[in-house]
Design a protein around this ligand. Structure first.
Ligand code: ADP
Ligand code: ZN
Ligand code: ZN
Length: 741
């Protein structure tokens, strides 16, 4: 077989430029010849960087003699082809630089040029000779005899670490090894390839009728792209359906990739997967060290890990034998990366499942309008679970009118009474408040001054522990002033309530019951959240005060009352998705109530108790509201009925940003007219928070009825900006399918 030797390698190097860079191959080609996916080290400007070969060609736009040779080849075999395909798709779809895309999709150690190898660990087991030997024959070496006895009790062998932890020593192991009684083996840390034996470590739950119907529908299409929306309230048994689907997939020797929201990958979730299966389950999340991440990646790429579960970036995990992709809580905002490469892991999951020809499950109690629309239009199969496995109706939202009622710590008297009743019945209460800190801001009672950030168009949040004013949009922190900077009055008061203030008020009011606050400030230590939740799961009456960290993922079976301190902030934001997102959040919070034997109550405080959307949500639930919102989106020509892209521009100089934004818009409109492209260009307009970290933010929106048109316009615009000298002084990025405007 002749191995081709291309004259040119098109290489993705870490750079914001939307193109490959051409180099000449040098040194010995690998056994399989030069191929896409091989990592190389190349000179790039003054630096040497790690790049990935993406194209092997015989021509270049530059004269071949001008091309620099690569310095080094780092791989003998290319990185997995499915990974490379997904990266190229992602760069194209999100119109992002290929080099930056590939780099972001690699574990840090591979980015730095390390080999794609898993670390190993040492396992010792008795040999046949060792199994026959009587330990007494080792009479003069009693510790060796004890060691042999111990190993004989572990036919699967024992890890060196565990042996040494029993106060045995390495020389003792080596002595037995020399006598041929024990043998050592290196195995990957993520677990052995195939343990053999049964797949399941615990029996499956017998499914209810709806679950069985859903699973049967999923089983039908194991060999084809087969997208499904699994639409079921919290506790309706979606996870059980995932588990049984995974069983079928793994049983056929394939791998399952499960994506969960950042907040959802709790030790509990992971434990549930690990309890069910006897095969390795590898988890990919932000808490891993670089080495652990590489191990997990290798285990997935080699096929040794049949089940891979991870947060957003896990969508870029290569799979040797992809069998199904599951996205749990598909509506969750954390699947969209909000900076740099602005990809949506759910949407990439759809593309990837399609590419591999495998089933895709999007699960949610509150599907995004995009997904719901595709299910209704027949692109996705719509599988519903309407009953809670624990057989009682989900709690309804009860609206509580805040108008004209005195508030303490954000709560009004009838709500305090409900809290009191619940606690005296021996149950737990969850108070949800989407603002951390003591109060949203500090104000002067004499003149109305409000504490504002010097760098952003935002108020400073008042914190008590420790006491200071902090901006949640930049790093600014300020000491509390003694007097109003405007009028000198000393009558400064907190305005509104945050988690700390509500916690303080509840602790005063219910001194005999523990109050646990759960927000980003109280859980900075890695295990603090789990510790608190373990305590809470014991079931003693208590109060939980928390932000969205508490709204999702965690099972809180003893909570029977949920209080939403203020439903209004999200409802009246300018963003067209604000209503959808708040309704999802409210449903998620409500889903925390009454998961065990007791039905729950959910009290939602609002200044707008007669708002039609809120009333619809309260009376008929998320699905009914979603129908209504879809209709409104159709009328307003907004997603999912149209496709959007947002050009964001930012810079220290407002004039430079405005000038560039104006010219970009003008040039684009001209182009759209000339090409008769059916794309609308709106703006430029200032971003909702115009000044952030002392930088000025501007945006330009593109909207089209056809995705291909939107991409055509976006590609033209990025090319224009890359060629425009003034654009080098302004930071800009294109966000395809923006989630927030
Ligand atoms: P979801 O993922 O939709 O929130 P889960 O799968 O976590 O729902 O199920 C909620 C609870 O009901 C879990 O404790 C689960 O063990 C239990 N459960 C799920 N399916 C069944 C079933 N078919 N029979 C009995 N219990 C079930
Ligand atoms: Zn004042
Ligand atoms: Zn700020």
């Amino acid at each position: 077989m002749s191995v081709s030797s291309p004259a040119v390698l098109g290489i993705a190097v870490p750079s914001p430029l939307r193109r490959l860079f051409d180099y000449r191959p040098a040194g010995a080609p690998p056994e399989g010849g030069w191929q896409p996916g091989l990592r190389v080290r190349v000179p790039f400007g003054p630096r040497r960087v790690v790049g990935v070969v993406v194209e092997c060609r015989d021509d270049s736009d530059l004269p071949l003699a001008k091309l620099k040779p690569i310095e080094d080849r780092l791989d003998d075999a290319p990185l997995p082809a499915d990974w490379l395909w997904l990266c190229r798709f992602t760069a194209r779809y999100y119109q992002h630089a290929p080099g930056d895309t590939l780099h972001q999709a690699l574990p840090a150690l591979l980015r730095q040029g390390r080999a794609l190898e898993a670390r190993t660990r040492e396992r010792w087991r008795v040999t046949e000779a060792g199994a026959d030997e009587t330990p007494e024959s080792l009479g003069r070496a009693p510790r060796q005899a004890e060691l042999l006895t111990m190993l004989r009790q572990h036919p699967q062998g024992m890890l060196a670490q565990a042996i040494l932890a029993q106060s045995f020593t390495r020389p003792q192991l080596q002595a037995l090894e020399r006598k041929g009684l024990v043998a050592r083996r290196e195995e990957p840390r993520t677990g052995p390839a195939d343990a053999g034996g049964p797949l399941l470590a615990e029996p499956v739950l017998p499914l209810n009728r709806e679950q069985a119907t859903a699973l049967a529908a999923l089983h039908e299409g194991l060999d084809a792209y087969h997208p499904c929306l699994l639409h079921g309230v919290t506790g309706s048994g979606k996870t059980e359906v995932y588990l049984q689907l995974i069983e079928a997939v793994v049983g056929r020797g394939r791998q399952a990739l499960v994506l969960v929201p950042e907040i959802g990958l709790t030790p509990q979730t992971l434990a549930r997967f690990k309890r069910r299966f006897r095969v390795p389950v590898v988890a990919l999340h932000s808490g891993l060290t670089d080495h652990e991440r590489l191990d997990a990646w290798e285990a997935a790429a080699s096929g040794r890990a049949p089940i891979v579960i991870g947060t957003r970036s896990a969508i870029f995990t290569p799979l040797a034998a992809p069998g199904a992709i599951i996205v749990d809580e598909e509506h969750d905002g954390s699947f969209k990366q909000q900076e740099g490469l602005r990809y949506h892991a759910r949407d990439l999951a759809v593309a990837r499942a399609h590419h591999h020809g495998i089933p895709l499950v999007l699960g949610s109690a509150t599907p995004s309008l995009e997904t719901l629309h595709r299910a209704q239009s027949g692109d996705y199969r719509h599988l519903r679970l309407t009953q809670r496995a624990s057989r009682h109706a989900p709690a309804r939202l009860e609206l509580v009118d805040l108008r004209g009622r005195p508030r303490r710590g954000g709560l009004i008297p009838p709500v305090f009474e409900a809290v009191e009743e619940t606690l005296s019945a021996g149950h737990q209460v969850l108070v949800f408040i989407n603002r951390r800190g003591f109060a949203p801001t500090l104000s002067c009672h004499a003149c109305g001054w409000l504490a504002e950030c010097d760098h952003c168009d935002a108020r400073l949040t008042l914190h008590r522990q420790p006491p200071l004013l902090a901006c949640h949009h930049c790093d600014q922190r300020r000491a509390l002033p003694d007097a109003c900077p405007d009028c000198g009055s000393a009558d400064l008061r907190p305005l509104g309530s945050g988690t700390e203030r509500t916690e303080e008020t509840l602790a005063e009011r219910f001194p005999d019951v523990p109050v646990h606050r759960i927000d980003r400030d109280s859980t900075r230590r890695r295990d603090a959240l789990e510790q608190t939740l373990t305590e809470v799961r014991r079931g003693e009456p208590c109060l939980l005060v928390g932000t969205q960290m508490l709204a999702k993922g965690h099972h809180l079976p003893h909570v029977t009352l949920v209080v939403v301190v203020n439903a209004d902030a999200g409802l009246y934001a300018s963003d067209f998705r604000a209503l959808e997102h708040s309704a999802q959040l409210l449903e998620q919070v409500a889903g925390r109530a009454g998961r065990a034997a007791h039905p729950g109550r959910v009290l939602v405080q609002t200044m707008h108790a007669d708002d039609p959307h809120l009333r619809l949500l309260s009376a008929r639930g998320y699905d009914a509201l979603a129908e209504q919102l879809l209709e409104e989106r159709r009328v307003a020509a907004l997603p999912p009925f149209r496709f959007l892209a947002l050009l964001r521009l930012e810079g220290a100089q407002e004039a430079a940003v405005t000038e560039l934004g104006g010219r970009a818009a003008e040039a684009l409109r001209e182009h759209l007219r000339a090409r008769e492209l059916d794309v609308d260009c709106l703006g430029p307009v200032p971003a909702p928070m115009e000044r952030r970290q002392n930088r000025y933010h501007l945006q330009l929106m593109l909207s089209a009825g056809k995705r291909s048109r939107l991409h055509e316009a976006g590609a033209w615009l990025t090319a224009w900006l890359e060629a425009e000298p003034a654009a080098r002084r302004v930071r800009w990025s294109l966000d395809i399918d923006p989630q927030t405007l």
